[in-house]
Design a protein around this ligand. Sequence first.
Ligand code: PGA
Length: 238
Amino acid sequence: MDISIAGSELEFDQIAGWKIVGQMLEKVDSVIGLSTGQTTGAMHRMVAELHARHPFDVSQITLFGLDEVNEVPSGFPATCAELLLDEIVRPIGLPLANFLMPDADCGRIEAELQLRGGIDLLMLGIGTDGHLGMNMPGTPFESDTHCTKLRGEMEHRIRSRYVYPEPNPLSGITLGIRTIMRARHIVLVAKGTHKAEIVERALKGPIVPEVPASVLQLHPNCEFLLDPEAGARVRDMA
Ligand code: PGA
């Protein structure tokens, strides 16, 4: 496992942004998975900035979102799809036919990703409870794309960040752990002091479904990119 600790938040965003751009340049029909949240917005905007400065062809690139919240009106600004459209898809001019999101027909995105040759690069965030996408603690490692109820930290985080119109419990659709593990290259990104403990557990703790991110220890081509705060407890591994 390759662990990098960036010197600053800006350096973190630049390294992460270049990893996505590098993949796009290396393989013109790359299939790249993205996550939404506090950690990834700036790196997506970095990709848009790099593309504006040094334009390159993205007509054959596929971008897809790792997960989506259910039960909100389509076009609601805080859906994962809308965030990705704003942060990266529209700014780089990606054809919308090449932008995929998981939906209630869970098999559809699995089939579409296979058709396009499988996932070349998957950028993952991590929750403070170790969730990956919306694979909450306890999700079986052999899960494919599935619907999931959001709870605990994840539900609180989403509700506190955006005003969701529905009062009901939130649910979502997420690529499963098995689908994630099929990606040829995974980069997990984490920023901030509040991520330091879970990063340590994911990297050094037992590989158990209670900490979904711990499964990444088994991936043959996974790296962690951390800012100084998130990497504070794993400096010995960097
Ligand atoms: P965050 O979300 O970047 O907003 O902390 C990460 C995640 O839940 O995957």
